[in-house]
Each structure stands twice: as structure tokens, then as C-alpha cells.
Design a protein around this ligand. Sequence first.
Ligand code: PLP
Length: 441
Amino acid sequence: MALDRNSVPNDLSAFWMPFTANRQFKKAPRMFVSADRMHYKTADGREVLDGTAGLWCCNAGHNRPRIVEAIRQQAGELDYAPAFQMGHPKAFELASALRDMAPDGMDHVFFTNSGSESVETALKIALAYHRARGDGARTRLIGRERGYHGVNFGGISVGGIVNNRKMFGTLLTGVDHLPHTHLPENAWSRGQPAHGAHLADELERIVALHGAETIAAVIVEPMAGSTGVLLPPKGYLERLREICTRHGILLIFDEVITGFGRLGSSFAAEHFDVQPDLITTAKGLTNGVIPMGAVLATPQIHDAFMQGPEHVIELFHGYTYSGNPVAAAAGLATLETYREDGLFERAAELAPYWEEALHSLRGTRHVIDIRNMGLIGAVELEPIAGEPTRRAFQAFLDCYEKGVLIRTTGDIIAMSPPLIIEKAQIDQLIGTLKEVLDKLD
Ligand SMILES: Cc1ncc(COP(=O)(O)O)c(C=O)c1O
């Protein structure tokens, strides 16, 4: 019998879905079967406007011919090459292209397969860097409350989302957390909020407690996405940079979401003009099409490893799929698409329209805060008493039924459309959300 591409399988029991309410989903599955540019198509033939760029990753929209073709060609030419002690041209080309797109001074690229792996890699590089310089007492890692750095053990240890941590044992020891930057006085912020730069000074408190000579690195998202779009207050990142520099602590920007045009610049480091020592990326690197991530490092960090006999491996770390040829081809085609279509500039140009549209929801039922930056927006809802997350989840389901994909985290609705979105589609996204919220209990 011919396979019906659009049919839903009868048996959904085997696939244990990630970060999903499995039982709810399997009772009423939401299946996408194809996608093109701004739209998904569902198994029942409906078009759904992508208000989230997949999971913050399809920045160029879906099914872009250059990327599809690059993958097809590469798979037929060189499907795989060993990642250790062997190379292939496209991984080197992509590393150079990434360096050229990144803020000045981020000259070296270590490939991974996901944001979580980029985080683990960056934390390990930070620890090993200090050790390589003979400063091996620097083992302490500093994250931030409400930070999201993926789901592996290092990432959840420095991360600050309780549900991602509490079930999983003792995690890494020697980790402290800065306070998050989400202050009530900053409600309804358009772009960077005014209050909260002083929260960076908490790093001084941690330094005073443990001694700077024990601290390896601070990791933060320049703009915290997954926890519900928490914006960096004006002056905060600059102050964090200054304190890190003063104490010889590395600053890691986790740019898994903010990389590749989301804020209207290549990276948030460029957008805020604050230079980190390491940048983690993934998602938009390949437009979400093939899993791939990368860590960008300064020459100072990279060169600290390039010592000793030349036949000896300098960093005992890497993945079977680091720089995988098909992923590298997808990455190259993605960066070309961003450049050729001027998508980062487009995001910057659209941002004011996006901001206005988003803030037009002020006064809508249940809405207690709205915040935005670049092509990211969050609409925070008053939770139902005793039933946190239920209201936003219902909004997500209703929007899906009305042909719009949004994303929720807690009672916060987060939106991050592909950078190719048109103004009329912004109106549709926000208009549908308003309609849904107006009717919601
Ligand atoms: C800032 C940040 N770091 C890390 C990750 C983890 O990425 P992945 O899901 O590719 O492992 C994410 C995912 O959303 C993220 O937003």
C-alpha cells in the first residue's frame, strides 16, 4: 500500500516526546507534515503561520532552496568524514565564514551538534583554559537564575530553571548563580529596560565570598529567551564584562537564540557592543535544518592550548559529528542565505513595527506585561490561581487551531518569527493572539 505522506501514524506510543505533555499530545496530536517559508502545513491540510521560527531556529524561514540543495549535493558527495585527526573542506570553510560574521576577535570555532553541547563545550574550554595557563584553581562556574543553557549536566547546573534541575540529583558542585534581571519596575519595556544594571554587582559579592582566583567563568544569555524573554537592563552586560575582566574571569555569552540576526545584528555581542571571551551558538547556524552548534573563542583562549609537542592532542574534547559534512554544507548555505537576503538588516528594520504590534496588546484580557527586542516578543499572562501554565497553554492550543504557532513557557507567550516575516503576517499573528486572549477564561 502506498504511504500517505500526510497521514498520522496509528501508534504514537513509542516516541517519548521531549519537553512535551505526552499524554495530552497523544490524545489530540498536532502534526506538521511540510513547511514552506513562513508556514507549516498540518496533517489535516491546514496552513499554520510560524510565529516561533520552529524553536527559535529557522531564521530564514522554511524550505529554503539553497539550503535544501546544499544538503542534497553534500550527502551525495561526501556523506561523512571522521571528525578526529581528519578533515574535510566544508568544515574549515564554515569556520572561516562564521569567524567573518562574528564580532571581531572571535577567531576560532569548535563545532558541536546542539546548543546544549555548545554550552558543555564552552564550560569545559573555560576550565581547561585556566588549567593550561597554570591557573587550575579556577574551577568555579557562575550562571544566573532563570538562565537556560540546555539540558546536559553542565548546562542545568549553571542554568536557573527549577523544573529543569530539581529531578536530576546534585548536579555540578562549585556553581553559583547571579540573580535574574527581571524586575517588576521594568514592566512594559520596549527594548532594554532602564532598571537593574546594579544586579551585575552581585558578581562582586560572589567574588568576595569565594575569591576571584577560584572562579573560571560566568555564563549568561545576553537576552534570556527560553525562560520567557528577560531583557538585559541598560548597562548590565557592560558592567558584567568590566567585573569579569577586572578579576580574570571568562565571560561566556550563550547566543544559541540571540545569534544569527534575532536582535537585528549577527550576534547579541555586536548588538550590545560587549565582547565576551566565548560565544555558544546552534539553532540558526543551519537554519534548524540539520543539528549543528559551535563555540567561538578568542585567540587568547585558543592559543593557550596550542603548546607542547605538536603531535599531541591539545583539547581532549569533541563529538563524532563535530563539523559533519552535511551539517557544514547546510551551515554555509544558511549563512549565504542570511547575507544574500540581508536578513539581519531586515530584522532590524522590522523591529519597530513588531514592537508596535506587540504592545498594541496592552489592555487585552489577562495580559500583565509585554516586552520585546529585535524580532522577539513576550506577552505575559496572569496565571489562573492554583493552576500555573494552564492559561498560556490553552492560548497556544487555541492559536494553533486558528492557524498560528506561538510558544509558551510558564504563563509567558514567547514569539520569535522567521526574519522573513511580512508586516501583514505580523498583524495576523498578533491579531489572532488578541482574538484568542479575548475569549480565554
Ligand atoms: C540559550 C540557550 N542555550 C542552550 C540551548 C539548548 O540548545 P539545544 O536544544 O539545541 O540543545 C537553548 C535552547 O533553546 C538556548 O536557548
